[in-house]
Design a protein around this ligand. Structure first.
Ligand code: ADP
Ligand code: MG
Length: 254
């Protein structure tokens, strides 16, 4: 089998940079404050994993970065440009959801083509990108199937493929493995790690699974109640947790 060697988020020689700054990000829904001021720098090609209990604001933060919800206060800056008011389709950011969110009436090929067409890409370019992505994620035999004819793991690979076809600079993955059984979970987890090695885009990944966080992350961000408790490498957090909350959450012996 021919090896597929891909480099940089632009893949074929184009190199892109994706550095994100979150500055004092706050989010309120009506009277409810959900994020209380998030400050974080994310480096180019970094794999950052957000962990924290259910309801602490992880998905909300990803939705703000993707542009699916407005930021109440604070700034999101990507490569030096303020993104607060930039349309989601123009941010160079793709999001993969826990629930796959595939279009049920479209086959796999059409699902993958959809976002790329919205970006205004010509048909031959869309075809080329789908072929490349399908080879990488082993989706070729599935291209004509509808989502209901796929297993959970296959659906999630399609959802990842659909994001990849857009060649985003930044990938947001919100608990992408939580609907999969244990065996598939480790298979798709390895797939995501491989993808990051080969494509090199900046990855922002949400999970409540310590194993995923410890094995995938360059940097872990521990959240609680709409705030960041600690940021560090898996080893830092394990060996020197900032407080009891982090220690308990990461499962360190302290
Ligand atoms: P997590 O992903 O960490 O489990 P979320 O970001 O989904 O947490 O939710 C954080 C909090 O914000 C929760 O209390 C949730 O109920 C609230 N929330 C999320 N979306 C909305 C919304 N559209 N309207 C009102 N409250 C919301
Ligand atoms: Mg969530």
């Amino acid at each position: 089998m021919a090896a597929v060697i891909l480099r940089g988020a632009g893949w074929d020689g184009e190199t892109t940079v994706a550095q994100l700054s979150l500055r004092g990000i706050k989010k309120r829904f009506r009277d409810t404050a959900v994020l209380h001021g998030i400050d974080l720098e994310i480096g180019d090609r970094e794999f950052v994993v957000f962990v924290g209990p259910s309801g602490c604001g992880k998905s909300t933060l990803l939705r703000l970065i993707a542009g699916l919800d407005p930021i109440t206060e604070g700034e999101f800056v990507l490569n030096g440009t303020r993104m607060n008011d930039v349309a989601p389709s123009r941010r160079g950011i793709a999001m993969v959801f826990q629930s796959y969110a595939l279009y049920p009436h479209m086959n796999v090929y059409e699902n993958m083509a959809f976002g790329a067409r919205l970006m205004g890409l010509e048909k031959p370019e869309v075809e080329r990108r789908i072929a490349e992505t399908a080879a990488m994620l082993r989706l070729e035999p599935l291209l004509k199937r509808k989502p209901r004819e796929l297993s959970g793991g296959q659906r999630q690979r399609v959802a990842i493929g659909r994001a990849l076809v857009r060649k985003p600079d930044v990938f947001l993955l919100d608990e992408p493995l939580s609907n999969l059984d244990a065996a598939l979970r480790s298979e798709v987890r390895l797939e995501i790690a491989k993808l990051h090695r080969e494509i090199g885009g900046t990855m922002i990944y949400v999970t409540h699974d310590q194993v995923e966080a410890m094995t995938l992350a360059d940097k872990i961000v521990v959240m609680n109640n709409g705030r960041i408790e600690q940021v560090g490498s898996p080893r830092d957090l394990y060996e020197t947790p900032a407080n009891t909350f982090v220690a308990t959450f990461i499962g360190s012996p302290r």
